[in-house]
Design a protein around this ligand. Structure first.
Ligand code: FAD
Length: 309
């Protein structure tokens, strides 16, 4: 194991982490972004982004590439590794431990994002990657010409249902409520599509298959209690988010669900540790809000480093 020292260690290279890297490195700090996967975060699983300023429409993966180019232009590095935990040093600096390396940091910006909730029904894990998916961009093309189910009623579910409708034969959105929570413009597109239908007030009880692939879902209407077996080649699940904050366990900076608590300067209660983006306790989890948080944290990491001189 190698130990490297940086002014700022950023955990996560999604839009939040990459923007914080741009700000902190442009202020002449030494910066590393650590990620357990490729840079880009959830943008890599997003088809089209239509609400990021400057682009009428851009594919999520293309926006990742553009942000990565910006984030490294002033010398910030990207390194691969899963952050296991963060420890405090006697001199108020931080020790960040990954499965690959050790890092010493004056300050840490946590940008570890969120991940999709699982349904927790029989068959979901058995058929993961064989018809159960949380990523339409990654897996939609496998189901060309077929019937697929999308579970959920929020922005992601409706946006991705519309994306899938352009690839597959037919999409059925299964939603446990009787109205959608998605933004009106997303709802209108889905309602206007002639190959998207909705099943309301209904929950998935199980995902069924023939041993190698998904063949149907068992649905239960939560008003009438009627149960039906609904034939489908795939189930795309978008039912809400969970924080990805295991790397800060033990620091006492999260609420009881694991979302990280900060003030409006992105400071946590631990000196020198900032949190940004989806992993924060906040109302709106979007690319724009992640990059807004990141600008504030990048600038405050600079101010914090100045106080250590
Ligand atoms: P993330 O993008 O989640 O990035 C976090 C990064 O941290 C990941 O790369 C992860 O690998 C890494 N990480 C986590 N834990 C560790 C660890 N322990 N060690 C190392 N690395 C770690 N937003 C919009 O604005 N417009 C849209 O149209 C839009 N559509 C979406 C569609 C879908 C299907 C999805 C999934 C999301 C969509 N979003 C959209 C939401 C948007 O992608 C997120 O709000 C945004 O990506 C959050 O950025 P972030 O940097 O906080 O976290």
């Amino acid at each position: 194991m190698m130990t490297e020292k940086f002014d700022v260690v950023i955990i996560g290279a999604g839009p939040g982490g990459m923007t914080a890297a741009t700000y902190a490195s442009r202020a002449n700090l030494s910066v590393v972004m650590l990620d357990r996967g490729i840079y880009g975060g959830q943008m890599n699983n997003t088809a089209e982004v239509e609400n990021y300023p400057g682009y009428n429409s851009i594919m999520g993966a293309d926006l990742s590439e553009k942000m990565y180019a910006s984030s490294t232009q002033f010398g910030a590095e990207y390194q691969f590794g899963t952050v296991k935990h963060i420890e405090t040093n006697a001199d108020n600096t931080w020790h960040v431990v990954t499965d690959m390396n050790d890092y010493q940091a004056n300050s840490v910006i946590v940008a570890t994002g969120s991940e999709y909730k699982k349904l927790g029904v029989p068959g979901e894990l058995d058929y993961a990657g064989r018809g159960v998916s949380y990523c339409a961009v990654c897996d939609g093309a496998f189901f060309k010409g077929q019937e697929v189910v999308v579970v959920g009623g929020g922005d992601s579910a409706i946006e991705e249902a519309t994306y899938l409708a352009g690839i597959v034969d037919h999409v059925t959105v299964v939603h446990r409520g009787d109205t959608l929570k998605a933004q009106p413009i997303l709802q209108k597109r889905a309602f206007d599509a002639d190959n998207i239908d909705f099943i309301w007030n209904t929950e998935v009880q199980s995902i069924n298959g023939d041993g190698t692939k998904v063949t149907s879902v068992t649905l239960k209407n939560n008003v009438t209690d009627e149960v039906q077996d609904f034939a489908t080649a795939a189930t795309f699940i978008y039912i809400g988010l969970l924080p990805v904050s295991d790397s800060v366990d033990g620091l006492g900076i999260t609420d009881d669900q694991g979302w990280i608590l900060t003030n409006d300067q992105m400071e946590t209660t631990q000196p020198g540790i900032f949190a940004i983006g989806d992993v924060r306790q906040k109302q709106l989890r979007q690319i724009t809000t992640a990059v807004g948080d990141a600008a504030i944290a990048g600038q405050n990491a600079y101010a914090y480093n100045e106080t250590l001189k």
